[in-house]
Design a protein around this ligand. Structure first.
Ligand SMILES: [Zn+2]
Length: 288
C-alpha cells in the first residue's frame, strides 16, 4: 500500500476529521469573536470552496511531495543527507525548515499580487472559525506544489516526515482559525510556542497593518524573529475580512471560485488604528 494511503488516508484524515468536529463543538460553546453569518451557511460555503482544493491536496500535492522525497533519498540530495545525526534530530531539522519556509510562503501570498489573487479568497471570509481553515482556492494549492516541493528537495525531508508535517500543518491551521475562546492564561502560554486563535484572528483583520502581521503557521516564533508579530489587539475590536470584499451577499460560492480570475480590488484603507484599538504599544503582549 502506498505511503499516502497508509499515513494520510488511514491515520491523518480520521484524526483531522475528529479535530475539526471537536473544534466546531468547542467554538460553539465558547465563542471568541462575534459572528456575522449563521454557522451552517458558513459551513456550506467554505466546504464547497474546499472540495477542489482538497482533491488537489490528496491527489496532486501529497503524491508529488512523497515522490520528490523518495527521489531525493535515491539521489542523496538535500541538506539532511549531507550529515550524520540521530533520525529524530534530522526530523526536527526538516520540520523547522518546512515550517519556516511556510511562514515565508504565507508572506509571499500577501505581497506578490498574483499569489494574493488566490489567497484573498481565504481572507475575504466575513467571519473566522474552523471552517475558514478549509476555505482555500485550489489555485493557491497549485502554486504551493512548486514552492513547497522545492523545499522538500532542499531540506532532504523523508516521505514520512513530509506527510507527518502536513498532518500537523492541517491540524494547526484548524486550531488557529477556530473561534474557540481558550482561557487567556493558557493561550498566552501556548502562544509563546505555537500560533493560537487570538494571534491568528489579528491576521484576518480588515486593518492592513494588522493583516500584515502574524504569518506563522505552526510555530509562532517566526513572526517574532522577523518582527512581524502583533498581539496587542483585543478580539472584540477586530473586524474580520477584506474591506473591498466585505459584502457577504456578493461572496457566493461561484464568485469565490472565479474571484482570482477577475480584476482584484485594492485594499481600502480603514483609519481605525488608534491607541484605543490596540490596547497598548507593546506588539508582543497578547491582548484579551
Ligand atoms: Zn494570510
Amino acid at each position: 500500500m502506498n505511503l499516502v494511503k497508509r499515513i494520510f488516508d488511514f491515520r491523518g484524515a480520521p484524526v483531522l476529521g475528529a479535530a475539526f468536529v471537536a473544534l466546531f463543538i468547542a467554538e460553539g460553546r465558547r465563542q471568541l469573536r462575534k459572528r456575522k453569518q449563521p454557522r451552517l451557511q458558513r459551513m456550506v460555503i467554505n466546504s464547497i470552496v474546499a472540495i477542489p482544493a482538497f482533491t488537489l491536496l490528496r491527489f496532486l500535492f501529497l503524491p508529488v511531495m512523497v515522490k520528490l522525497a523518495m527521489k531525493n533519498r535515491q539521489l542523496q540530495w538535500g541538506l539532511n543527507y549531507q550529515y550524520a545525526a540521530h533520525p529524530l534530530i534530522k526530523g526536527m531539522v526538516a520540520f523547522l525548515i518546512m515550517d519556516y519556509t511556510n511562514y515565508l510562503w504565507h508572506v509571499l501570498n500577501h505581497k506578490v499580487p498574483v499569489l494574493w489573487r488566490f489567497h484573498v479568497v481565504h481572507h475575504c471570509d466575513p467571519d473566522l472559525d474552523v471552517t475558514t481553515a478549509i476555505r482555500f482556492h485550489f489555485g493557491e494549492l497549485i502554486g504551493s506544489v512548486f514552492y513547497r516541493g522545492a523545499f522538500v528537495f532542499l531540506s532532504g525531508a523523508t516521505a514520512l516526515q513530509v506527510l507527518l508535517y502536513e498532518i500537523l500543518f492541517e491540524g494547526a491551521t484548524q486550531f488557529h482559525h477556530s473561534n474557540w475562546k481558550l482561557p487567556y492564561t493558557l493561550e498566552k502560554g501556548l502562544n509563546k510556542i505555537i500560533v493560537t486563535p487570538r494571534m491568528h484572528g489579528i491576521h484576518h483583520s480588515v486593518i492592513r497593518q494588522e493583516t500584515d502581521s502574524n504569518y506563522s503557521v505552526i510555530f509562532s516564533f517566526w513572526d517574532r524573529l522577523h518582527n512581524t508579530v502583533r498581539l496587542n489587539v483585543p478580539q472584540d475590536k477586530i473586524v474580520t475580512g477584506v474591506p473591498s470584499y466585505s459584502n457577504p451577499d456578493e461572496l457566493t460560492i461561484g464568485y469565490l471560485l472565479k474571484l482570482p480570475f477577475t480584476k482584484i480590488r485594492k485594499w481600502e484603507a480603514i483609519n481605525e488604528v488608534t491607541d484605543e484599538h490596540q490596547t497598548n504599544r507593546e506588539k508582543n503582549k497578547l491582548a484579551f
